[in-house]
Design a protein around this ligand. Structure first.
Ligand SMILES: [Zn+2]
Length: 276
């Protein structure tokens, strides 16, 4: 599943191709995505100019001049590919569901074999109260996500810290990989009860989380599968994870064995010596 750094990488690619351009054509091949596509999807967008590409958690926001916003999620297997000099009608790949043609014939193809992705229409003014966004916590890279705010959000939570950080109400868009990496960098145990994190530890955890996300964004997002960036480029962005996926290997800090446990149905990788 694309995590926040991958979605941010896609956003940056799409921004270059779409911002300031007019949507000339929207071709809908399939409407039964995770949520049904709005019936007027193509009509609502055609002829509009894209003002900016934004992101909230793992949602891409395509903002238009008339205040309409396309809310898009890549789900488990969604891809956005940008092409020049092709036509919308000839599918470039299997499972291609929606095609946008913008400006002078730039084609943006959304494909999603598993169809857990979605696109919905909303407006600038109702964006924050959209059911998919209403209860989402602060963006991890925003200044709003800081030590005191994290302490506040973990207050009274008796769940393991790892599980609390995956809760989108605590912080937006964090997935399994970057939670494991952030906890390792901060030296905090994933098993620690969330409410025991005081300001000192919260400050460390916030700084560590921002650092692992920033590094992944700078390296172009990371994924364990082949990844198509928004520009259509194929390749592995296998980030150099310190603990994630490294069960049984040596901890890069203390040389003890990295362990894997299962918490709330998800694998957690950590070093029991370094993380207290
Ligand atoms: Zn260690």
């Amino acid at each position: 599943m694309p995590e926040l750094p991958e979605v941010e990488t896609v956003r940056r690619g799409l921004a270059e191709a779409m911002e300031g351009r007019r949507i000339n054509q929207v071709l809908v091949r399939r409407t039964d995505l995770r949520r049904p596509l709005p019936g007027n999807f193509a009509e609502a967008l055609e002829g509009q100019t894209i003002t900016r590409l934004s992101r909230r958690a793992k949602y891409l926001l395509i903002c238009l001049e008339n205040e309409t916003v396309v809310l898009a999620h890549l789900g488990m297997s969604g891809r956005m590919v940008i092409e020049q000099g092709t036509d919308a009608e000839t599918p470039a790949r299997k499972h291609e569901h929606i095609v946008f043609v913008v400006g002078n014939g730039t084609v943006i193809r959304f494909s999603d074999p598993r169809r857990f992705g979605l696109m919905d229409l909303t407006t600038e003014s109702s964006l924050a109260s959209h059911p998919l966004l209403a209860n989402i916590g602060p963006e991890p890279l925003d200044d709003m996500f800081n030590g005191p705010a994290l302490v506040q959000r973990l207050k009274g939570r008796k769940t393991p810290l790892k599980s609390a950080l995956l809760d989108q109400r605590v912080v937006a868009g964090l997935g399994n990989i970057y939670v494991c990496e952030g906890l390792f960098l901060a030296g905090l145990s994933p098993r620690r009860s969330a409410h025991t994190v005081g300001l000192g530890r919260a400050n460390k955890l916030v700084a560590a989380t921002k650092k692992v996300l920033q590094e992944a964004i700078e390296s172009g997002g990371s994924t364990l599968r082949d990844h198509v960036t928004a520009t259509g480029e194929m390749g592995y962005f296998q980030h150099n994870f310190k603990v994630y996926g490294r069960e049984g290997e040596a901890c890069p800090v203390c040389n003890n064995e990295i362990r894997r446990i299962v918490q709330a149905g998800r694998s957690t990788f950590f070093c029991a010596s370094c993380q207290g």
